[in-house]
Design a protein around this ligand. Structure first.
Ligand code: AMP
Ligand code: MG
Length: 316
């Protein structure tokens, strides 16, 4: 393992010290605390149970690129740092009907991602799951949550919003919906960014093709298209949420793994849990740093953590 030399470390930590005294960082993190409180209140009122996060375990979200994984050996068992709590959320449906977690995610994102203003290596998802829910129900829940958050934040974070000179528009329900195929024919590959830049309000992007998505979403009426969604922020802030209805049947997941040419042994703990039976569910995760960035209107998510780890860079 390459270690950082002392002189370089001193310089980096001087930068960290200055960063910790930066008013933008202090204000954004105070704002983030308020956002967290409001989100927690919202779901508690709806009868959700708050769980504590799983930091490492034998199985985690595959995401689209396996190189984002951090693996290590624990008592001879292969463990991974949590990239998202998706599988544990599905398993938790055995215990509770409605759950949420502020879940730390660790992903070794590609170095180029440092420039997007949206990517950190360590970030937090506000992650929820509802047993037996439909995709529509959790999308409606997300809309209500965002409207409720903006309403309270305008009132309860006046100083922070004034500091950032941010005039937030109240989102209007229902949010617009566009299918992935429609967006692709209009905008091509760069659809997330272009949809976000061209949209006045929050917009749902639904029905992703299974080829470009993780294997745990339920297939929709159209073969090879999923009952899933992303929520896209307006003003070019990009993706806010990913979620959908989940597949809960082992044999269906096996078919999907085969089509994706993924070795199913990598997901044995997940498949065995599914074989033993878990309930169907739907849910989503919203990135807290990106949400804070949007509310504050900041150029980068890095201001939304005290100790940001940017892709490819040193971070404390
Ligand atoms: P994903 O599982 O990749 O869809 O991530 C769920 C949510 O977490 C996204 O919709 C984003 O809001 C947020 N997110 C994902 N990756 C990152 C990242 N590298 N840095 C900060 N937030 C992220
Ligand atoms: Mg996503």
């Amino acid at each position: 393992m390459q270690s950082i030399n002392k002189e370089e470390l001193k310089e980096k930590l001087r930068e960290t010290k200055n960063f910790l005294k930066d008013e933008r960082v202090i204000t954004a993190n105070r704002l983030k605390g308020k956002i967290i409180g409001i989100l927690r209140d919202f779901l508690k009122e709806k009868g959700f149970v708050e769980l504590l996060p799983v930091v490492a375990s034998p199985v985690t979200d595959p995401l689209s690129s396996p190189e984002t994984t951090v693996s290590f050996n624990v008592y001879g068992y292969p463990f991974q740092l949590t990239k998202s709590m998706i599988f544990h959320k599905q398993f938790a449906m055995l215990a509770f009907e409605r759950i949420f977690i502020f879940s730390p995610n660790f992903r070794i994102e590609k170095k180029e991602m440092a420039k997007t203003g949206r990517h950190l290596v360590e970030f937090t998802q506000f992650d929820l799951e509802v047993r037996g829910a439909t995709r529509k129900e959790v999308m409606e829940l997300a809309e209500e949550m965002i409207i409720g958050l903006v309403t309270r934040i305008i009132d309860e974070a006046k100083d922070e919003m004034e500091f950032f000179e941010r005039k937030l528009k109240m989102p209007i329900r229902p949010f617009k919906v566009v299918t992935y195929s429609e967006a692709y024919s209009k905008f091509g590959k760069d659809l997330e960014a272009r949809l976000s830049q061209s949209s006045e309000g929050h917009i749902w992007l639904i029905d992703f093709p299974e080829k470009i998505r993780e294997f745990y979403y339920l297939e929709g009426e159209r073969t090879f298209y999923l009952k899933d969604f992303d929520l896209i922020y307006p003003e070019g802030f990009g993706e806010a949420i990913s979620g959908g209805k989940r597949e809960w049947r082992a044999e269906k997941i096996r078919e999907r793994l085969k089509r994706k040419r993924i070795n199913e042994d990598l997901y044995s703990p997940y498949l065995i849990m599914l074989e033993q039976g878990i309930p169907p569910s739907a849910g989503f995760g919203i990135g807290i740093e990106r949400l804070t960035r949007f509310i504050a209107g900041l150029e980068s998510v890095k201001f939304c953590r005290l100790f940001p780890k940017l892709p490819g860079e040193f971070g404390l």
